[in-house]
Write a protein that binds this ligand. Structure first.
Ligand code: CTP
Length: 461
């Protein structure tokens, strides 16, 4: 569904940087690996930090840069061990004579050697140093040991001008050939840690306050339908996705109404957040209809993100008193109303008259739906039309790491214009950020074009 995939799609590649002047090329190597679809993490020896700042690597990779064997990650894990266990390959570029010697003898005094010693992943080494250092028998022996005994892939340095002003063999190999060696090293191997939990922590890229003055309504959690005063029918939703969306929207300056059914994660308790607790589909419907129109009769919100797992069925006649146990029984179920279809229908009618938009009248709200599917997403796009959506976030909840009760999700996002984008397995917070990355400019486009009344085709309704 998405465009051409890179050769390192879904992989985590660790770039080990040691203290050669060629360390200045490491950020560019990170970029090239990312261009192939890799998630990248950086490891720096102490002397490498004199040539390139860890902050540069952190900002590029969105992971903490490992620099100290004796420090822990914020979540308490040992950073270089997390890298060793989750990376698909470690590429040491540039590798100094000192590092080659340390590695050849197993001296784990820096995070790069420590991670290489602790990993089962392939290691690619691109030496860079003065020509005479590279030709010295000590270096030749060390490189030979890495190649033969450790089966590391060596990307030989090139001949050319060196930092000393002289010329010789010692220049870091050209970066595309290092990338090719990394690609070759992982070929035919499964991705070692596909999900973000086993990988180094992700540092979310700061987002602009691009939802300031917007009112975003988010529904979260599973509704529950009474059978009798004690029992109910519900589903496995934990509300994580909806709460992540609410938090992400608040972080971008939005006013958020979170309509929360059954959730098992903390709800936002901060300025700008209004939480409405509901239980059944009927009470969620009432809460939605309440927010739909503002006091002035205009649309009451800018966007609705319907992440809740709404029950599709409810007992037709819930008992008023407890149903005694001990006998078998048949439960009669009736379908619940489709809240999303109903709300989007009303929201469209609330939008301004296309021919004569009144000044200051908010255009119609944008509507984002979710589709929880099992096995395949083929049914998802039809829900855009049947429910009148601008965006649809679909996932296969039967897939490992996706759906209910996990911190991660792999989704495909469909737009009303017909596009579809597959996103990799991401934390729910990152999925939330990316959904809002799509939504915020759509709201801006909606407001910039009041005469059209909408950014999507009204005709498809
Ligand atoms: N939804 C809703 N009201 C319902 C059922 C679902 O508003 N009674 C919303 C959900 O919150 C979600 C979207 O509709 O945003 C799609 O839900 P999903 O369960 O995938 O689809 P359904 O419409 O229930 O269709 P089906 O069960 O046939 O897959």
């Amino acid at each position: 569904m998405s465009g051409q995939k890179g050769r390192l799609e879904g992989r985590l590649i660790a770039v080990g940087i040691t203290g050669s002047i060629a360390a200045y090329k490491a950020p560019e190597l990170v970029r090239l690996l990312q261009g192939e679809g890799a998630d990248v993490v950086a490891l720096l020896s102490p002397s490498a930090t004199r040539f390139v700042a860890p902050l540069t690597l952190e900002a590029l990779t969105r992971h903490p840069a490992e620099v100290d064997v004796l420090s822990l990650l914020p979540d308490g894990r040992i950073g270089h061990i997390v890298v060793a266990h989750s990376a698909d390959a470690i590429v040491v570029a540039p590798a100094t004579a000192h590092w080659l010697a340390a590695m050849a003898t197993g001296l784990a005094g820096d995070v790069v050697t420590a991670a290489c010693l602790a990993t089962a992943a392939p290691v690619v080494v691109a030496p860079a140093m003065d020509g005479e250092m590279y030709a010295h028998p000590a270096t030749v022996t060390n490189v030979g040991r890495l190649r033969v005994d450790f089966r590391y892939r060596i990307v030989e340095p090139e001949e050319g001008p060196l930092a000393s002003g002289e010329s010789g063999v010692g220049r870091l190999a050209n970066l595309p050939s290092i990338v090719d060696a990394v690609v070759a090293s992982v070929r035919d191997r499964p991705v070692r840690a596909p999900g973000p939990e086993a990988r180094p922590p992700y540092i979310p890229a700061p987002r602009e306050a691009d939802l300031t003055d917007r009112h975003v309504v988010v529904t979260a959690g599973g509704t529950s339908e009474p059978i009798d005063p004690i029992r109910s029918i519900t589903n496995r939703s934990t509300g994580r996705m909806g709460v992540a969306l609410a938090q992400a929207a608040l972080d971008r300056g939005a006013r958020v109404t979170l309509i929360a059914a059954s959730v098992s994660v903390p709800l936002p308790d901060r300025e700008g957040a209004q939480v409405v607790r509901v239980e059944s589909t009927a009470s969620m419907r009432a809460a939605l209809l309440d927010t739909l129109t503002g006091e002035d009769g205009r649309p009451g919100f800018d966007a609705l993100i319907m992440a809740a797992a709404v029950s599709d069925f409810r007992p037709s006649r819930p008992a008023e008193t407890k149903i005694p146990g001990g006998t078998s029984m048949t439960l009669d179920l009736e379908p619940t109303p489709d809240l999303l279809a109903e709300v989007s229908g009303i929201a469209r009618r609330l939008g301004p008259d296309r021919a004569q938009p009144a000044a200051g009248v908010k255009a119609r709200p944008l509507i984002v739906g979710f589709a929880a599917e099992t096995g395949s997403l083929y049914r998802a796009p039809a829900k855009i039309t049947s429910k009148g959506l601008d965006l649809l976030v679909a996932n296969d909840v039967s897939e490992a790491g996706s759906g209910f009760g996990t911190d991660t999700n792999r989704v495909t996002i469909f737009s009303a214009e017909g596009g579809a984008e597959d996103w990799p397995l991401l934390t729910k917070r990152e999925v939330a950020d990316r959904i809002l990355d799509r939504l915020a400019p759509m709201l801006d486009a909606r407001d910039a074009a009041p005469h059209t009344g909408a950014v999507t085709q009204e005709t498809r309704q």
